[in-house]
Design a protein around this ligand. Sequence first.
Ligand code: C2E
Ligand code: MG
Ligand code: MG
Length: 570
Amino acid sequence: MQFLYRAPIGLVQLTPAGAIEIANPHSIQLLMPLSSDGNIENFFALFDGIAPQLRASSTAFEAPTGVICQAVRVAIPGVAGTAPRVLSIDVTKLDAARLMAVIGDATYEAEREQQEVARQLRHAARVDGLTHMPNRIALIEQVQTVIDREPVDVGYEFAVLFLNCDRFKEINDMFGHQVGDEILALMGGRIRADLRPGDRVGRAVDANQMAARINGDEFVVLLEDLCHPADVHLVAKRLLKTLAKPYRIGGRSLYSNVSIGVATRADVTGDADLLLQDASIAMSEAKHEGGARYAVFDASMRERAMRRGGIESDLRAGLARGQLFVVYQPVVGLQDGVVDVTAGVEALVRWQHPQRGVIAPIEFIAIAEQTGLISALGDFVLGDACRQFVAWRTALGERAPRLVAVNVSRAQLVTGEFAVSVAAILRATGMPPACLQLEITESLAAQDEAIQARLHDLRALGVTLALDDFGTGYSSLSSLHLLPVDTVKIDRSFVSLADTSAHHRVLIEATIRVARSLGMKTVAEGIETEAQAAVLRELGCDKGQGYLFSRPLPAGDLSCWLDRESLLVA
Ligand code: C2E
Ligand code: MG
Ligand code: MG
């Protein structure tokens, strides 16, 4: 019995009614705080206030010998400045007339359990559920740790790369959020795989590369202890390449590029949030330049970002207050030895901003797309163009342009409503459908059946379609036949080199040949010199557009231009 006496657990022998017969010293120590008057006589009475269920042990007396008939855990308040404790109590039937209570101090165990739960909660709060990558909270903590760490030696560098998917909203709108999520999960996997541990850009053995998903379609990569500050360019390029590869989902290939902004230690003001903000500003700069690229932060970007931010809030008001207007750039016929000045015009939107003057579409179209204002903007331009076309016809008769081209954003094509509003505008303005050409830009059109179906809907209205900016982005000669377009517009970046670069000349020639074999017309954009015009004419391009012939004009100036040009031609 001696060993029971000294055991580091409490042992109490009691009657079925709870009267304590034997108790070892450790049990007295554990039970004493429960006794109000220093008497420890009835075991169950001690626990009446906090674990009344213990009394049920006596009714479970039918149980076989040696079986635990009650197991409880109770928290007992600390007395006289001592910390509260947690007791574990197992009551066992000893024999026909006695019970044994085994009392353990479970405080430590309970604390450990609580810590584990807290750890799990903390982990869950720091992990992104979709990609299982660290989330924004975890990332900010890590970035702050890195910023606060003293440089190990001279040349110690780190960088954050802020990734944002280009046009992710379109993917969600077109294929649904589930597909969007699948792509994001695949992206997370690719980013992690791309930062292979065996391919560290850091010099230290424990150099860290962390990839986190911080929000919707935004990921951040943290590179620590870079061997060479310039290595960040390699990583950015590699990520761009890896993420641009097609994503196979549900039997089809989807594409989604990212734009990356890079910020390094040099920009650090000591605050992780600010560093991320700089990287995000560089990212929007990369996006603004067309996306699918990276940009390294510099201070001048901050001002441009603020300007863009202002534009977002002003645009809605501008649209409502009639600050947008449309200018028209003539498109001329190049063949038959004359410049045919009545071939057509392209409608180009402008914004008369009350403080900033006239703003070009490059500054606000992308913002209109992102904020959902593009439909209203597009309808406005289309309405103006159709009304103007009908007015020219009435006023100028034979001398009026024969076609008006209007740019359409991808974002407008995503929903099925566009064809409905085109039909309504045609009807309301009395516009002959065959004289309206809608210009779309490459990429998604060739990739996606839904977009293709929408283009066919438009064609069914009797309007024609042109593929704009051909030669940039995803456009390729081999997918030209997939698109229901009538006209291909060769991008200015090719045309501007037509007379000086043999390579570009060959590409233009091939484009014209393929387009013609598919029964499509060609238009060269951005012709600025006679030499360029001569080359395009020689290569058989049907029409041209550019400053050589005319800059975009206010609608009221077109008839003057036509008069002057007809005189020149004559
Ligand atoms: P785009 O459709 O390719 O239009 C041609 C752009 O090239 C116009 O710029 C035009 O002013 C410019 N350009 C024409 N000839 C020359 C030239 O000889 N030299 C140079 N350097 N540039 C020339 P703009 O008006 O700034 O429009 C830029 C882009 O914005 C357009 O490219 C089009 O994609 C978009 N955009 C314009 N209006 C609208 C619109 O109403 N809706 C939509 N969705 N996009 C529009
Ligand atoms: Mg265009
Ligand atoms: Mg263009």
